[in-house]
Design a protein. Structure first.
Length: 280
């Protein structure tokens, strides 16, 4: 299943039913600790057969909304509520998350520019390799939650690489609409072959990402969008019980646009919409 010769090892068994949490251990030998290791937090919640899902945040360490939401989900979600398995990486680039930085303080590595990674590279390249070659082949879906970090602020949005078949395109659009961010869009490319989006495409795993505010803080409105939208999407793909319901929006407040990466640009009026709902 895994092509990698990764040195990373999980403390938990992803095939075991129930709720587990611990660390993925990345060996890191340095002067102060010859046999040290970097702990990457991970949780697995499994209940029989069903969709296999990977939830990620902290791909960039200064993007907090996803890390907060997934930390809360680990604490609240129980195996009896789900079908299948949900693996959660709340702070995927843990050294960057601990430093509150976009990139790792250990090697200046940007995880979302490091795929497919390298099992013999620095810490960030090894994390990317483990995600692409060990975790993704075990999954059907991967949802990766970003924000603007400390350097910028986004109007909350959901995005995915444009699926290549008519049926997959329709399913992807339904997923974006169900998530319910004020803006949703498709991209034909995503910063080359070195992002998680590209890694998911190589692994044949359905992918959705989100950009949720930022500015070096956690915006309550963006956090609510993420938490509610994630549960709706998990219901849509069959991981949670019940019927998925699209959120209700004010007329004209939600757009689903098909854009290429090179043509992405601010949507006229988006800043005023942001000021209206960010304080709700």
């Amino acid at each position: 299943m895994a092509r990698s010769q990764s040195r990373l090892a999980a403390e938990i068994d992803f095939e075991r039913n129930g709720k587990q949490h611990g660390f993925i251990r990345l060996p890191y030998s340095v002067h102060r600790s010859a046999y040290g290791w970097i702990p990457i937090p991970v949780a697995s919640i499994k209940n029989g057969k069903g969709p296999r899902i990977l939830l990620m945040a902290g791909n960039h360490g200064d993007e907090y909304e996803g890390q907060v939401a997934l930390g809360k989900l680990i604490r609240s979600l129980e195996p009896a509520e789900i079908s299948g398995r949900i693996i959660i990486l709340p702070s995927a680039n843990f050294p960057a998350a601990m430093a509150g930085m976009r990139t790792s303080p250990l090697d200046e590595g940007n995880l979302n520019r490091s795929f497919p990674g390298d099992p013999y590279g620095g810490p960030t390249a090894q994390i990317a390799d483990y995600i692409e070659s060990v975790l993704l082949p075990q999954c059907d879906f991967v949802f990766d939650f970003h924000s603007g970090g400390s350097s910028l602020t986004y109007v909350p949005s959901a995005l995915m690489r444009r699926p290549q078949t008519t049926a997959a395109l329709a399913q992807g659009i339904e997923m974006l609409r169900t998530f319910g961010a004020p803006v949703a869009y498709l991209v034909d490319a995503a910063l080359g072959d070195h992002t998680l989006t590209a890694a998911a495409a190589r692994a044949g795993v359905r992918h959705m990402s989100a950009e949720l505010a930022g500015g070096g803080q956690v915006t309550p409105a963006a956090l609510r969008i993420l938490e509610a939208g994630l549960r709706r999407v998990l219901t849509l793909v069959g991981a949670l019980g019940g019927e998925p319901r699209r959120p209700r929006h004010r007329p004209g407040s939600c757009r689903c646009a098909a854009l290429t990466t090179m043509s992405m640009r601010p949507i006229p009026g988006s800043s005023s919409r942001w000021s209206n709902w960010a304080t709700r």
